[in-house]
Design a protein around this ligand. Structure first.
Ligand SMILES: [Zn+2]
Length: 169
């Protein structure tokens, strides 16, 4: 059985190899950044640091809806009310996310900053999307449906337009 500090070091190593921001790893685990160089890996090279821009557009914001729903499924609590500074949870969430949606442009950094933005109330959540009835988030402007539904509708309409072209052309 690993001691608490060994367990934390193991989590830190994995987060380092997943390119999670080192300053944040230090904040969440208390481990000195001087140790990080030893564990730097290239397991996953998507860094995707801070920034809200991806949360604003349905074409990338749908990942936020996925994070939100996955979090609640896994931990049984809304991330707004939970301790999201638990590095073990972040690691679990990231791994599960990537296993379920391997083609998404996701990173530990994106997940962490999304959760932080939820807690800071920069993002608002609503309980029921008008289309799929699932929980979703919005960035500033109010929307009645989630990014996943809005984005898939958009994809469908552009697909049907290109079909029309084929049919008509
Ligand atoms: Zn929806």
């Amino acid at each position: 059985m690993l001691s608490k500090s060994d367990e934390l070091l193991l989590i830190a190593k994995q987060l380092i190899s997943l390119n999670f921001e080192q300053q944040k790893i230090h904040e969440l685990t208390g481990i000195a950044p001087t140790k990080f160089a030893l564990y730097k890996g290239t397991q996953y090279d998507n860094t995707r640091k801070n920034g809200f821009s991806w949360m604003k557009r349905p074409s990338t914001g749908y990942m936020g809806d996925r994070i939100l729903r996955l979090y609640e499924t896994m931990f049984g609590i809304c991330p707004k009310k939970d301790n999201i500074d638990d590095p073990a949870k972040l690691l679990k969430l990231f791994k599960a996310y990537l296993a379920i949606y391997p083609n998404d442009d996701i990173s530990t950094n994106r997940i962490y900053h999304f959760l932080k933005a939820l807690q800071a109330r920069s993002l608002t959540t609503f309980e029921s999307c008008s289309s799929c009835k699932k929980k979703y988030f919005v960035y500033q402007e109010h929307q009645k449906s989630c990014c996943i539904c809005r984005y898939s509708k958009k994809l469908q309409s552009s697909a049907s337009k290109s079909n029309d072209k084929v049919i008509n052309g």
